[in-house]
Design a protein around this ligand. Structure first.
Ligand code: FAD
Length: 560
C-alpha cells in the first residue's frame, strides 16, 4: 500500500498538475500534501513583503482547495529545511513514495538531489515529474547536447521539433486521507536554521521578530500557513492577491477579450498603464504555479485557432516561449546568476561589480574599500532603488515596483537599461538583486536572463540603443504613471511631467514643486552620463571581441 508525500513547491494549484496526478496514480492509501519552509527562502534569497504575502495567500488557497476536495486534508506546512525535515517525515509517517515537480533553478536542483539521495537511502521511491514549463528542459537538452541558445529563433525551431505540450488535465475530484501526523519527538537538530540565519538578506524587510522556526508545525501545532507576523515581515502594499482561485479568475477575464489576444504585440503595449495593465499580469501566478502554463498556452491556442493572429516573438504564445527560452538557458549555463565563470555573459567592467580574493572567493561587500567613484555609484544605486533619481519616468517605475511588486516589461527595460548600459554603468547583478527583492513574479531564470539581456551582457548586443527619460511619453503624454507614483509632481503640466528640470521656475512654483526639496534634482546630467557610459560600453565591447579583459580593467584597451 502506497503512503505518499506530495511535496508542493512552485506548483501551488490543483488544476493541471502532472506531478500531483503522478502521486494519485500510485493509488495511495494515504496522501500527505506537504510544504517545507526552506530557510534559504526566508533568509538568503531576497524576498520583500509583497512576495511573502503573495506566497502565503497562494499557500492558503491551495490548502483550502485541498480541504474542499477532502475535508480531512490540508496543506501540511512544516518549518525547516527540506534536507532535514523531509527525511524525518519519511521515517515518522512511514512513507513509501515521495513525489514533486521538477525545477531547473541551480540551488533547487542541488537541494532536490540531496533530498532524493536521502529518500532513496531510506528505501523511499522518488518520483520527479516535469510540469513547471511547457517543455521539459531536460528533453530539450537531449536535442541540443546542452548548448546554451542565445537567440530566440533557433531555440523556437528546436521546440518545433519536439512533441507539442500535452493538453491540460483536470483538477482531481477526490484526494486520499492523510495519515496521523504526529511529530512529537522530532529532535531540535532536525530543525536548526542557524547556518541560514547568519546570511540574512531580509532583515531590512522585517519590522518585527522572526518566529517562523519557533516550532515545526506552527504556533497552533496544526501545520498551518504562517502569517506575516510569524515572519516578522513589514506590511505589504501590493495589489495583486495570490492563489489559484485568483489566477483562474484573471485568466478567464483575459480570455474574454479575443481581439486583444489575436492582435497582441508586446512592443506595442503601454508600459505606463497600471489600472488595468496593458499585459496579462499572469507572471506571479505562473511563477508560483498557481496557474499552469499549459492551461494558459492551450487557452491561447484555442482562441487564435483559425484567425489571422500575431506570431512569436511578439504574440502572447511568443511570450510563453520566452519563458521556455530563459528556463532552458538557466538549466544549461554554468554560473547562470553570476558574471564570473558564466560562458554566455560578456565581461564588462561595471561599477560595483562583485570582487573576489586570490582564491576566487567572493569578498563580502561589507569589507570593500570604495573609491570616490564607487561611492558615487553607490549613491546612484540607492537613489535608483528607492525611486529618487530625479528622473520621473525611472522613479515612478521603481516606486511602482516597490509598492505593487509588478511592473510592465518595457518599464523593466527602461530602469534596467538606465542602471547598466544606458546611464549609470552599474553591474546588472546589483539591479537583479533589487528586482529579486521586490518583484512578486521573481523567477531566477527570467530575472537573471533579462538582466543579462538589458545590460547587453548576453542575448542582445545593441548596447548603443538606450531608452530616453521621456520614453513613456510615446504612449502617454500626460504621464499617468508618474502622476500616480510621484504624486508630488501631479500638478505639473503635461509638457514637463517627464522632465521637470526643464520647467521654468514659475511653472514649478505654480505646481508646488521645488527641485531638491519636494522632488530630487536629476542625480546626474542624463546626456553627459549617457555619453560617458556609451564610450565605456563601446570599449568593453571591443575588448570582448578581442578578449583582452585586463586592458578593460586597467583602462589601456584600444579604442574602437
Ligand atoms: P505578458 O506579456 O502577459 O506575458 C505572458 C507571460 O509570458 C508572462 O506572465 C511571463 O510568464 C512570460 N513572459 C513575458 N515576457 C517574458 C520575457 N521577456 N521573458 C520570459 N518570460 C516572459 N518575468 C518574470 O516572470 N519574472 C522575473 O523575475 C522577471 N524579471 C525580469 C527582469 C527584467 C530586467 C526584465 C526586462 C524582464 C523580466 N521579466 C520577468 C520578464 C517580463 O517582464 C515579465 O514576465 C512580464 O512583464 C510579466 O507581465 P505579464 O504577465 O503581464 O506578461
Amino acid at each position: 500500500m502506497a503512503r505518499v508525500i506530495y511535496w508542493f513547491r512552485t506548483d501551488l494549484r490543483l488544476h493541471d498538475s502532472p506531478a500531483l496526478q503522478a502521486a494519485l496514480d500510485l493509488k495511495p492509501d494515504v496522501l500527505f500534501p506537504t510544504w517545507c519552509f526552506d530557510p534559504r527562502y526566508v533568509y538568503e534569497q531576497r524576498v520583500g513583503p509583497n512576495r511573502w504575502k503573495f506566497l502565503l495567500e497562494s499557500m492558503s488557497d491551495t490548502s483550502a482547495a485541498i480541504t474542499k476536495v477532502n475535508p480531512k486534508s490540508q496543506l501540511f506546512v512544516l518549518r525547516g529545511h527540506p534536507t532535514t525535515i523531509l527525511p524525518a517525515l519519511l521515517r515518522k509517517w512511514k512513507i513509501s513514495d515521495i513525489v514533486w515537480e521538477k525545477d531547473d533553478d541551480p540551488y533547487t536542483m542541488e537541494r532536490d538531489k540531496a533530498v532524493e539521495k536521502l529518500a532513496k537511502d531510506a528505501g523511499v521511491k522518488v518520483h520527479v515529474v516535469h510540469g513547471h514549463t511547457l517543455y521539459d528542459a531536460e528533453a530539450i537538452e537531449a536535442k541540443t547536447k546542452g548548448k546554451p541558445y542565445v537567440s530566440y529563433g533557433p531555440f523556437v525551431k528546436i521546440l518545433e521539433g519536439l512533441p507539442q505540450p500535452p493538453r491540460p488535465i483536470d483538477a482531481p475530484s477526490s484526494l486520499p486521507n492523510p495519515g496521523p501526523t504526529d511529530l512529537a519527538d522530532l529532535k531540535r537538530s532536525e530543525h536548526s536554521v542557524d547556518t541560514w540565519k547568519k546570511n540574512d538578506n531580509n532583515a531590512e524587510n522585517r519590522d518585527g521578530e522572526d518566529k517562523i522556526y519557533a516550532s515545526f508545525t506552527g504556533p497552533d501545532g496544526k501545520f498551518s500557513v504562517p502569517t506575516m507576523e510569524e515572519l516578522g515581515m513589514a506590511k505589504a502594499t501590493g495589489i495583486h492577491p495570490g492563489g489559484e482561485t485568483e489566477a483562474l479568475k484573471r485568466l478567464e477575464a483575459y480570455m474574454k477579450d479575443k481581439e486583444a489576444i489575436i492582435n497582441f504585440e508586446k512592443p506595442k503595449t503601454n508600459p505606463g498603464a497600471f489600472d488595468p495593465a496593458a499585459t496579462t499580469v499572469l507572471s506571479p501566478y505562473l511563477k508560483f504555479g498557481a496557474l499552469s502554463v499549459r492551461t494558459f498556452y492551450w487557452r491561447l491556442q484555442d482562441v487564435v485557432k483559425g484567425t489571422k493572429h500575431t506570431q512569436p516573438p511578439v504574440s502572447l504564445i511568443g511570450q510563453c516561449l520566452w519563458r521556455e527560452f530563459f528556463h532552458y538557458n538557466m538549466r544549461v549555463t554554468p554560473n547562470w546568476h553570476e558574471i564570473r565563470g558564466n560562458p554566455i555573459c560578456k565581461y564588462i567592467d561595471w561599477r560595483l561589480d562583485d570582487r573576489y580574493d586570490d582564491k576566487g572567493e567572493p569578498i563580502p561587500r561589507s569589507e570593500w574599500k570604495l573609491s570616490d567613484e564607487e561611492k558615487e555609484a553607490e549613491k546612484v544605486l540607492e537613489a535608483w532603488t528607492h525611486g529618487q533619481t530625479g528622473f520621473p519616468w525611472i522613479d515612478a517605475i521603481m516606486r511602482q515596483l516597490k509598492m505593487h511588486g509588478w511592473i510592465h516589461h518595457l518599464a523593466r527595460h527602461s530602469v534596467a537599461c538606465f542602471l547598466t548600459r544606458g546611464h549609470a554603468y552599474i553591474s546588472w547583478v546589483r539591479g537583479k538583486e533589487v528586482f529579486e527583492r521586490w518583484l512578486i513574479d521573481h523567477d531566477p531564470a527570467m530575472n537573471t536572463g533579462n538582466w543579462m539581456w538589458l545590460s547587453a551582457s548576453a542575448f542582445y548586443s545593441q548596447w548603443f540603443r538606450v531608452y530616453g527619460m521621456a520614453y513613456g511619453s510615446n504612449w502617454d503624454k500626460s504621464g499617468a504613471l508618474i502622476r500616480e507614483f510621484c504624486p508630488e509632481l501631479n500638478k505639473l503640466p503635461d509638457k514637463y511631467i517627464y522632465e521637470p528640470w526643464k520647467a521654468p521656475v514659475s511653472v514649478l512654483k505654480e505646481a508646488g514643486v521645488t527641485l531638491g526639496q519636494t522632488y530630487p534634482r536629476p542625480i546626474f546630467d542624463d546626456k553627459a552620463a549617457k555619453a560617458e557610459t556609451q564610450a565605456k560600453m563601446k570599449n568593453a565591447y571591443h575588448v570582448n571581441i578581442h578578449g583582452d579583459h585586463e586592458a578593460v580593467l586597467n583602462g589601456t584597451a584600444a579604442k574602437m
